[in-house]
Design a protein around this ligand. Structure first.
Ligand SMILES: Cc1ncc(COP(=O)(O)O)c(C=O)c1O
Length: 405
């Protein structure tokens, strides 16, 4: 019989957030075990729900959401994104420069597919949100990873970026606040990256989906607000700030020097037209959500659930023997470093399997985020403190006797 293999285009594509360790978790669930799934940044399963006005807008517009809409998205939602962009200091965005998508995920794919030819390079952070690396590879390009430096609050290493730019480099990806590290970049570090983009004529792709999930006094600087002379594609959405990951709604704005990219923008238009439009009911969430800023502030301020969970998780992760961690300033994630000699770890995926089978806790290994050494794990701190207590008690018990074999 003829056998069918997956496309070779998938050879370098990795998405361990929902990879083989999750398959094993699901197998264990089918056997009747309760698994604490800390693999995805998906707020709703942890009872972090959308504010009512957002749901009300979607429900009351369901009737008029039955047809396809403009492939860029409904006008009222794009207008809301335009006003939001202006309010955070991004200048010169027209409603026509805004594309709504089925989550940021779809727009990442479109942005890369519309741009890359074989041999083109895109600079991507390591560690990264792995969809970026995957999208570059699937689009025929090469992701070149620049290092983020754990010793400097996980900020991008500017010298490393400089070393990795060459004539094939078309763009640079910035993920700020960062998944998986929780870093929120300083204005200086962003300006340093923008200067490299300026000198080397790079497109800047700025993934800012966590821009409203900030702790302490952290300030988020939208990349595009710092450079109106460069072509900046900003990606954002409602999966995290408004906890509607299942609705699939995000947007991409194009700002700055659009004149250099007329043909590329035609390509983006073509790709968005080919998928008709993004999910229309979810587009009706955008206007209400962008006008609703209090609920996420309440969750992230002292006393708020996300703030308290971040503190609990951080305080307990650094107490685990052989663990250290940079305190996250935003997002839902901790990215602790593990003393791999202490536990004899040579394979972090095996560590994830061993933990899952022994304690029924699902984490994602650092190499799943294009981090080279097997010395990090990502922990999602979305569960309430009561559940985090179970997680950290179980982790401590597991580590007490763990030696990788
Ligand atoms: C950095 C980053 N970008 C994009 C996404 C995708 O989000 P969406 O639900 O909008 O597709 C995620 C989801 O976890 C993310 O962490």
């Amino acid at each position: 019989m003829k056998e069918f293999s997956k496309s070779t285009k998938l050879d370098n594509v990795l998405y361990d957030i929902r990879g083989p360790v999750l398959d094993e978790a699901m197998r264990l669930e089918r056997e009747g075990h309760r698994i604490i799934k800390l693999n995805t940044g998906n707020p709703a399963p942890f009872q972090l729900f959308a504010p009512d006005p957002v749901l009300e807008d979607v429900i009351s517009n369901l009737d008029r959401s039955q047809g396809y809409c403009d492939s860029k998205g409904i006008y009222s939602a794009r207008r809301a994104v335009q006003l939001y962009s202006e309010s955070i200091g991004i200048k010169g965005i027209d409603v026509e420069d805004i594309f709504l998508g089925n989550g940021v995920s779809e727009l990442i794919m479109i942005a890369m597919q519309g741009l890359l030819n074989s041999g083109d390079e895109i600079l991507v952070p390591a560690p990264d949100y792995p969809l970026w690396t995957a999208a570059v590879s699937l689009s025929g390009g090469t992701a070149v990873h620049y290092v983020c430096d754990e010793a400097s609050e996980w900020y991008p290493d500017i010298d490393d970026i400089k070393k990795k730019v060459n004539s094939r480099t078309k763009g640079i990806v910035i993920i700020n606040p960062s998944n998986p590290t929780g870093a929120v970049y300083s204005k200086q570090v962003l300006e340093d990256i923008l200067q490299i983009a300026r000198e080397n004529q790079l497109i800047v792709f700025s993934d800012e989906i966590y821009d409203r999930i900030l702790f302490d006094d952290s300030v988020h600087y939208p990349t595009a607000s710092l450079a109106d002379d460069l072509l900046v594609m900003t990606l954002n959405g409602l999966s995290k700030s408004h906890r509607i990951a299942g609705f699939r709604i995000g947007w991409m704005t194009i700002s700055g020097n659009k004149a250099v990219a007329e043909d590329y923008i035609r390509g983006i238009n073509l790709l968005t037209s080919m998928r008709m439009c993004s999910n229309v009911p979810a587009q009706y969430a955008v206007q209400a959500a962008l006008g609703e800023t209090t609920s996420i502030k309440d969750l992230t301020r002292p006393g708020g659930r996300l703030y308290e969970q971040r503190n609990y998780a951080y305080d307990h992760v650094i107490d685990l023997p052989g663990f250290s961690c940079v305190k996250p300033k935003g997002t839902f994630y901790l990215f602790p470093k593990i003393d791999i000699k202490k536990y004899n770890i040579t394979d972090d995926e095996k560590f994830a399997y061993d933990l899952l089978r022994s304690k029924h806790i699902l984490l994602v290994q650092g190499t799943g985020f294009n981090w080279k050494s097997p010395d990090h794990m990502r922990i999602v701190f979305l569960p309430p403190v009561e559940d985090l207590k179970t997680v950290f008690t179980s982790l401590a018990e597991f580590l007490d006797t763990y030696k990788q074999t």
